[in-house]
Design a protein around this ligand. Structure first.
Ligand SMILES: Nc1ncnc2c1ncn2[C@@H]1O[C@H](COP(=O)(O)OP(=O)(O)O)[C@@H](O)[C@H]1O
Ligand SMILES: [Mg+2]
Length: 351
């Protein structure tokens, strides 16, 4: 059964349609991400789920209980929704100790003293903050401050955890560590996670399923690998990883990259018209021995080492291509001409 349900949810700010007819079912225990560029409506959606923002249109329910409905003019206030929440800025209270920060939402809810003590202890233990319980947040690192926010959210024992770019202010290494910590906490407590991020790697690593949105409109919903392999459109393809879009001319069903030998033409799907874009990932282009069927020549214009990956910029006819290969693989040098073959392609209409 879907735990969290959004039906045709729309939110406007003046002329801007921040969220446009969003439909979504999230299952109990899922880690579900909202992915998209800045300004696409992720935070607004999360704020409507949390109850900080009312809906202009649509309906929102949790466990079949109505939380917001524009038709019925119904709106359950945030404090009665009992979500755990963590936001990008370290929203911890500087004048409270770590312990009091974590206890705060429980005190507001007027839980009995024993219960508060026991829940705070558990939350601090789970986030590795026990030894810091008497400290003030300013004395702690960014990662620890964000752990306080996590501990505070866990302490209320929420069924659903709403996280809005919670790791964006942390450095890369810590960000990666904390991803695993969040997953571990989810395993331990079994809450559902709604995770907002503009970072596709983070969404891929964390999510059971995710939604990609652009300008308030959902572009695709699915499992990370399915979205990576079968992007619904050009926007999703380019947002979800590195991409090549190669302009091709199509004649008699054969697509040809401008300036590349006709022998390397490939069959194009019908209905694309005379010009189209052939799309592929940098890892889907291989260096092959000259004369390999379907291969063509390219010039290496730049070669860069990115740790274990070698990143190539190639010129092939009028096209510029990005190729990435593991460092241990043999590859051509800058200034050399090589033979390449594109192994997996998707096609999009030219704009
Ligand atoms: N309180 C507000 N008043 C006016 N416009 C807003 C407000 N909140 C968000 N917006 C606009 O709504 C759109 C979506 O914003 P937001 O949900 O914050 O995007 P994201 O979290 O994906 O970066 C943007 O165009 C933003 O400028
Ligand atoms: Mg945001």
């Amino acid at each position: 059964m879907a735990q969290l349900k959004l039906k045709d949810v729309t939110k406007r700010f003046g002329e801007v349609i921040a969220v446009n007819k969003l439909n979504l079912d999230v299952e109990q225990g899922e880690c579900f991400s909202f992915l998209g560029p800045s300004g696409c409506g992720k935070t607004t959606t999360l704020r409507m789920i949390a109850g900080f923002e009312d809906l202009d249109e649509g309906e929102l329910s949790v466990d079949d209980k109505l939380f917001s409905s524009s038709f019925k003019k119904y709106y359950l206030p945030p404090e009665q929704r009992d979500f755990g929440m963590v936001f990008q800025a370290f929203a911890v209270w500087p004048h409270l100790t770590v312990r009091d920060n974590v206890a705060f939402p429980l005190r507001i809810r007027k839980r009995p003293k024993d219960e508060i003590a026991q829940r705070v202890k558990m939350a601090l233990q789970s986030t590795g903050l026990t030894h810091r319980e008497d400290s003030y947040p300013a004395k702690l690192s960014g990662g620890e401050q964000q752990r306080i926010a996590l501990a505070r959210a866990i302490a209320i024992n929420p069924k659903v955890m709403l996280l809005d770019e919670p790791l964006s202010n942390l450095d890369a290494k810590l960000r990666e560590e904390m991803r695993f910590e969040i997953k571990d906490l989810q395993k331990k407590f079994g809450f559902t996670i709604i995770y907002v991020t503009h970072d596709q790697a983070e969404a891929m690593a964390l999510s059971d399923r995710m939604l990609v949105m652009d300008r308030g409109v959902v572009q695709q919903i699915g499992k990370p690998l399915d979205i990576y392999d079968k992007p619904a459109n050009k926007f999703v393809f380019s947002f979800i990883g590195l991409s090549n879009f190669i302009p091709v001319d199509i004649a008699s069903g054969e697509a040809r990259i401008k300036g590349v030998a006709a022998a390397a033409s490939r069959a194009a799907p019908a209905d694309l018209g005379a010009r189209a874009l052939l799309a592929c990932r940098p890892s889907d282009i291989d260096f092959v021995p000259p004369g390999t069927p379907d291969s063509f020549d390219a010039l290496v214009t730049r070669r860069t080492y990115l740790g274990d990956i070698v990143d190539y910029k190639l010129a092939a006819g009028a096209a510029e291509l990005r190729v990435q290969k593991p460092r241990r693989a043999d590859g051509p040098r800058e200034g050399e001409t090589c033979s390449i073959r594109i192994n997996r392609t998707l096609w999009y209409k030219a704009e």
